[in-house]
Design a protein around this ligand. Sequence first.
Ligand SMILES: NC(=O)c1ccc[n+]([C@@H]2O[C@H](COP(=O)([O-])OP(=O)(O)OC[C@H]3O[C@@H](n4cnc5c(N)ncnc54)[C@H](OP(=O)(O)O)[C@@H]3O)[C@@H](O)[C@H]2O)c1
Length: 420
Amino acid sequence: MSQTIINARVTFRNSPIHILEKFTIRDVEGAYLQFKEHSGLDECVIIQTCNRIELFGKAKNYDQNKIKKTWASLAGLDEEIFDENLEIDENSKAIRHLLKLTSGLDSMIVGEEQIIGQIKNSITSARNLKASGQHLNTLFDKAIRIGTRIRNSTGISQGGISVGSMAVKLAEENIDELKFKKILLIGTGEVSTLVAKSLQRRGYDFVVTSRTLERSQAFCETMGGKPVKFEYVLSEFRNYDILFVATTAPYFLVTFDRISNAMDKRKNGMMILDLSNPRTVDERVSTIGGIKLMNLDQIAEMVEKNMKSRLSKVKTVENIIDEEVLVLEASMKRLDAEPLVKEVFKNIDSLRQKQLKKALSMLDEKDERKIKIIEELTKAVVESIVSTPMNNIRKASEQGKPDLLEFATKLFNYNKTEPE
Ligand SMILES: NC(=O)c1ccc[n+]([C@@H]2O[C@H](COP(=O)([O-])OP(=O)(O)OC[C@H]3O[C@@H](n4cnc5c(N)ncnc54)[C@H](OP(=O)(O)O)[C@@H]3O)[C@@H](O)[C@H]2O)c1
């Protein structure tokens, strides 16, 4: 019987985040052992991100219920919860799903790039733990290469899209020579992290503030930027050309009076991007001369504009995936024949060597040149007899005709123990 590639997943598509996180597998190394021992999988790879928990497996005989049972026991869940949340695909569907992952098509923000790094980490870790083997290693290596090629050739990942990167993009579009401007980031939460990442990536210097200096310092250690005291900032807005404001403060931090005072002392204009909802910049500041105020509405427009360009590429990516699934599936099926083919070549070669040794000893041949010629002859004879049937077995396997493989297994008396 041929091998099955399996994908079992819980993702943001079917499950809200608070449900999804219940399926998290905390001890991945232990989970690999459990899935192999109790679910009939002989290879596994686990992928976990904030939007998905996925198991890829390879098996000859496996039972979906046993996968659920093992996963439920690992995560401390009742099996019933899997009925609404778990999706399972096999073979071409599982391969298609992996290609959608590596090309960014299945991501919440289509084309995002984080997922390909997360998949690379997953297969590297599975490989190191010997949880994956020939089938999944080959599948993942190929899927990562194909995904990268698809991203490059279609541009589906172009123009990094996040609230933070879009805010920085808006600033770039509205301010000349951003790299010579003084940039202030107010807030050290999730959104500020996205802004800081984008500023950092594009090489802009910036300062960061939040109510406690320690928090700003800790933020800057990982995200870049220089920490600055909150009290100082609030009274000295005049020192900054661009303000990114991303806090959950329930009142205006950037008030009309503070900005009005700052602008009295400045020669140049100031851009303020309020990423907070509810707003923490008083909208009236936009009436002060020299102030350009932008908020989440403009950022949402920017995301939409950028997403439109990505979404227009989805069909092209799907078409490429359709073609690649066939090729990948064929190489997976071809792998099914490899253990037998290798074994047959090995056995015949050992017979050849035995007979060659016997013949050379009977001839009592000492001439190295003649010995070489005789040896090459034996190799050529074996090769010419065995290659065609072996290639036919590979081809049949590739074409999804396992009968010939079954027949050859009996014919060559091959015991089906899986090689490591
Ligand atoms: N997360 C998103 O996907 C998303 C997307 C778009 C917009 N937003 C909006 O962006 C804003 C920030 O969201 P977030 O996810 O980054 O929040 P977060 O991770 O909870 O961080 C909140 C930040 O606000 C600061 N803060 C809270 N109360 C404050 C106050 N009274 N005065 C000064 N600073 C205060 C906190 O600083 P301390 O260290 O001083 O506590 C912290 O830096 C929110 O208004 C949210 O609605 C979020």
